[in-house]
Design a protein around this ligand. Structure first.
Ligand SMILES: [Zn+2]
Length: 372
């Protein structure tokens, strides 16, 4: 490791948005000569990508330590390279002390008061952040709360933008959520993904693309991306699999060779019934016609129309800087407004200030019977 004095003040060697000087000498938020966030003591390295997230919780909603362990594993296995020659992203979760480990005790996390409905959610989540998150951490840490509910809906979570610095997971008792470990891990990684610049369709907001093998895809948020062997995968897509033209799907090709070892979910045209494939590199009966044959036209993501479905390599497109996190001026919220179905047949353009997960998502999940 180079001595701090030799490191230029604006260098970010590993590209994680945290300047080398912060990662070698600590971060001094107010330039008074006193380190406010001791990044090296927390395990940061200027040669390895580091992510920091403070995780607060409402009463009864603090997850088991195994949930945090699994999140750490997802990022450690990321197919990204680092100047130190070791792969993966080191995510530092501040979740307080757990019995038997101090790995998550980074000094800031704690319980916040129960609020059974964060509504209006942007204002109330920002109020939580103001009250419970040290401003000196703002350039370094993202902030989240394991919360109960927001906006009087039953959405699993929301991020305050794409990219951004703040999100919540809202799988509380007000909506009788069955908080399985899979759902908690998948939803945390999903909402964090929004703060890292990722969208439901990769670079766009198109839902349920079968070639987009990521927890950012609603098809896989709660259960992970299934594989032909071993447990499901709760991370981001590691390949921009070939685009699927719904107007001319070659059934024998499936998702193509790059998807070997993965399975995927698609929707039968007309019925919108979900199907899960075998090895996605093998044939897929896209039109649910009973055989894998020919070139077919089919709406396989239940969008109501047929078009070109593109995929994205998420890991290659992370925005480590988001909101106040990272060096330089805060990034503007770049999310465009989206349309949501607030009740059957009634669509509303939601404000660009934040991303909402409710309505259409909820209706879809209820339809599929995976909601409690
Ligand atoms: Zn989302």
């Amino acid at each position: 490791m180079r001595p701090a004095a030799a490191v230029a003040a604006t260098t970010d060697t590993d590209g994680d948005g945290l300047l080398d000087t912060w990662e070698t000498s600590g971060y001094d938020a107010n330039a008074d000569g006193v380190v406010d966030v001791d990044l090296p003591a927390m395990g940061a390295s200027p040669l390895h990508k580091d992510l920091f997230v403070e995780t607060d919780w409402m009463p009864g909603l603090r997850p088991a330590v195994t949930v945090l362990d699994r999140i750490v594993s997802v990022f450690a296995a990321a197919p990204v390279t680092n100047p130190d020659g070791v792969g993966g992203i080191r995510i530092h979760l501040d979740g307080g002390s757990y019995a038997g480990t101090s790995a998550y005790a980074l000094g800031g996390a704690g319980e916040v008061p129960l609020d059974t409905d964060l509504s209006p959610y942007v204002e109330e989540i920002q109020a939580l952040r103001s009250a419970h998150f040290a401003s000196a951490r703002a350039d370094v840490f993202r902030y989240m709360v394991w919360a109960d509910r927001y906006n009087t809906g039953c959405s699993s979570g929301v991020a305050l933008g794409i990219p951004a610095d703040t999100f919540v997971v809202t799988m509380g008792d007000s909506c009788n959520w069955n908080r399985t470990e899979d759902r908690l891990v998948g939803t945390f990684v999903h909402e964090l993904g929004h703060t890292l610049g990722l969208r439901h369709g990769g670079s766009d907001n198109v839902h349920y693309k079968p070639n987009y093998l990521s927890v950012m895809n609603y098809s896989f948020q709660f259960g992970g991306v299934p594989r032909t062997s071993g447990p499901a995968y709760f991370g981001y897509s590691d390949d921009a699999h070939a685009a699927l033209d719904e107007r001319a799907l070659v059934e024998s090709k499936g998702l193509g060779a790059t998807a070997a070892g993965w399975r995927t979910t698609w929707y039968c045209p007309r019925t919108n019934a979900a199907r899960t494939s075998g090895d996605a590199a093998g044939g897929i009966d896209w039109n649910c016609g009973g055989s894998v044959s020919g070139t077919v036209k089919a709406d396989i993501n239940k969008s109501g129309s047929t078009g070109l479905l593109t995929a994205q390599d998420n890991w290659a497109n992370l925005s480590f800087r988001g909101g106040t996190v990272g060096y330089g001026a805060p990034l503007a919220n770049r999310e465009e407004p989206v349309w949501v179905e607030v009740r059957p047949g009634h669509w509303r353009r939601v404000p660009p200030a934040a991303l909402r997960e409710l309505t259409k998502h909820d209706a879809d999940q209820l339809q599929h019977g995976v909601r409690p």
